[in-house]
Design a protein around this ligand. Sequence first.
Ligand code: ZN
Length: 287
Amino acid sequence: MRDLSADHALLSLNTATVRKQGDLLAIVEACSRHGIRAISPWRDQVAAVGLDRAVRAVKDAGLRLSGYCRGGMFPADGAHREAARDDNRRAVDEAAALGSPCLVLVVGGLPQFSRPGSAPSKDLPAAHAAVEDGIAELLEYGRAANMPLAIEPLHPMYAADRACVNTLKHALDLCDRLDPARQGGLGVALDVYHVWWDPELSAQILRCGRERMLAYHVCDWLVPTRDLLLDRGMMGDGVIDLRRIRGEVEALGFAGFVEVEIFSNDWWSRSMDEVIETCIARHRTVV
Ligand code: ZN
């Protein structure tokens, strides 16, 4: 297991963590100032400053990416399917332009939430099938662009509106079906917030193997959790056994960045410098 205590060379900042405090250019500047070497930006933050400027800012700062957020949201009704496909292809292109090692996929839930305007449905098995079909189609495009797709299983509380792939097992089953020969270009993004509760987690991490572990995200689970989406905890403030999970991931040979991803009304209300300094301190002591 890697020793993170000496520095924060392996820390990546998911830019949603400080999205309320400044735009992407301000975040890149702050990361440089704090010696952070990698980020994982969101599409809306890139769009807000323009892709070309974002690419230049990242390059000028010497930053690397640990991922790009996000593609997915596959379930859609017939009228919205083509737009979903085109949108996902653009996400692949943007990820490639930014030099990301993967495009993170939040796969979507029921069509009316994944692609607003779609006809309402309660058919979860149909959503599962739409996700599988959507990833299969995007996988060809991603391979042609040399952009691996990282399926991020989300906590089951998001099954309706964000992602109906809710366990690492489900994500790996999809990988096995869509890439049975392990040609590559498809894997998972493992976020402790979504999977820490799963009694099968350790076994599924082993099953995942190194080549399919494309990204690793950390934060913490607060008790009580006051908001389903916007109350993630800073590492060390909650109940997730971060060291154990990272140990299992790194035992596979995972050598990527440890990406801090916190959506939190609490942390969004503090200064960017305070949030980044706290992320660095916790990275060195509890991650
Ligand atoms: Zn994540």
